[in-house]
Design a binder for this molecule. Structure first.
Ligand SMILES: [Mn+2]
Length: 400
């Protein structure tokens, strides 16, 4: 025997209680929870009342009530459903001259309907949020050149007080400087087919919430909570990758472990790798070695933080680790961090260079007399001729 049809009154009553009290409303009506929710659902399907609060829910209700032809919330003269326009009104006057009836012709507001459907899609696609949006590839790029963006010791999470250390620095300042410098350098760099985002180590100032260096336990000045530091770091480098994808066909990301963040760096590397798993134009290199190499034609680049080997040792290390690449290349470079200042020296067969940072000095560095400048560069290599140009963004240019 089929279930008798639920009356509109009972359905409406359930929907009103649901709107006021939510799922717990079944107690007020003395119903079973499942009976209560099924009555709410019947009310919703009949277009009687939609207790869901969002505009998207309203849009769905409006479309459903179009099909059902019944929407008591909309009298069509004063209140028209979202997404509709009143096209015409005819009023019937009786013998006494009083309005006795009215016909309303409505039509779809196309623009508004499109906005509603877009809002709906936005909500529906939230379940796949977290995947990288695919950035359109650049129209053309040059296969014979390579753009390397070294990020010298970013120290995300470092806190510096200008009165004590010379300049203010915190999470928000660091993010602004890095994303600003990246924006500027990506726009000034040529459209090399491949870009390398080379994070030279000490991306994070602290390795965890203990806020000490993991090696020697030196106390660190840190801006706020470790989880927030990780979050800002991930957002900053996600921005850098997305921006690089606008200019370059392929983006290689290498996060070198530093002495400040030997474990924390992997949170960043694996998060970026997962975030861009769907983007074939991004490769996040997850090789755990302290020394990293990249071959581009007759160019061989090595990178390490610099806390475990001095520049003098790097040539022989490269020749040992990459003997065949050493023999097949003519232009060899080491890019390192750690010392926070420029130091370039040519050794037989290889040029070793350390980079500045965009981060301010902390109280320790300021107190120990360090006074290096702050900038970021993009180095351009030709596959036959090695370095052919470089672009520089001084820290002061970001806010200029
Ligand atoms: Mn450092």
């Amino acid at each position: 025997m089929p279930t008798p049809r639920l009356s509109d009154e009972l359905a409406l009553e359930a929907a009103r209680v649901y709107a006021a009290e939510g799922h717990g409303g079944y107690r007020t009506l003395g119903l079973q929870r499942t009976t209560f929710l099924s009555r709410v659902d019947v009310a919703r399907r009949r277009g009687l009342l939609d207790p869901r609060p969002s505009a998207v829910a309203d849009a769905i209700t409006n479309r459903e009530s179009t099909r059902r032809g019944f929407s008591p919330e909309h009298d069509m003269t004063h209140v028209v459903p979202d997404g509709y326009l009143v096209k015409g009104v005819s009023t019937y006057y009786n013998k006494e001259g009083k309005a006795a009836g009215q016909w309303v012709k409505s039509t779809l507001d196309r623009e508004r309907m499109e906005a509603i459907v877009r809002a709906e899609l936005e909500v529906l696609s939230q379940s796949i949020r977290g995947l990288a949006p695919l950035t359109p590839a650049p129209a053309r790029s040059f296969a014979d050149i390579l753009a390397v963006y070294p990020f010298g010791d970013p120290h995300v999470g470092l806190y510096a007080w200008a009165k004590e250390a010379g300049d203010d620095f915190d999470l928000d300042i660091g993010r602004r400087l890095t994303t600003g410098a990246v924006d500027r350098l990506v726009s000034s760099a040529p459209a090399a087919q491949t870009a390398v985002l080379l994070l030279l180590g000490d991306v994070f100032h602290a390795n965890d919430q203990r806020n000490v260096t993991p090696g020697h336990g030196h106390q660190l000045d840190v801006d706020s909570r470790f989880v927030r530091v990780l979050q800002v770091g991930i957002e900053t480098y996600r921005h850098a990758i997305l921006r690089a994808l606008e200019k370059h066909q392929s983006v290689i990301v290498k996060c070198i472990p530093g002495n400040h963040d030997p474990q924390a760096i992997w949170s960043l590397a694996f998060t970026l790798s997962a975030y861009f798993a769907n983007e074939p134009r991004v490769l996040v290199d997850l090789d755990p070695s302290k020394f990293w190499y990249y071959r581009f034609g007759k160019v061989l680049i090595g990178s390490t933080h610099g806390d475990t080997a001095k520049h003098e040792q790097l040539g022989p290390i490269m020749a040992t680790d990459r003997a065949e690449d050493w023999g097949a290349t003519r232009h060899r470079y080491w890019y390192t961090g750690h010392v926070h200042h420029i130091n370039v020296k040519e050794f037989p067969g290889v040029i070793c260079e350390s980079f500045r940072t965009l981060a301010a000095k902390d109280a320790y560095a300021a107190g120990h007399g360090y006074r290096a400048g702050r900038d970021m560069t993009c180095i351009v290599h030709h596959r036959e001729h090695g370095e052919i140009e470089r672009h520089r963004c001084d820290v002061a240019m970001v806010d200029a």
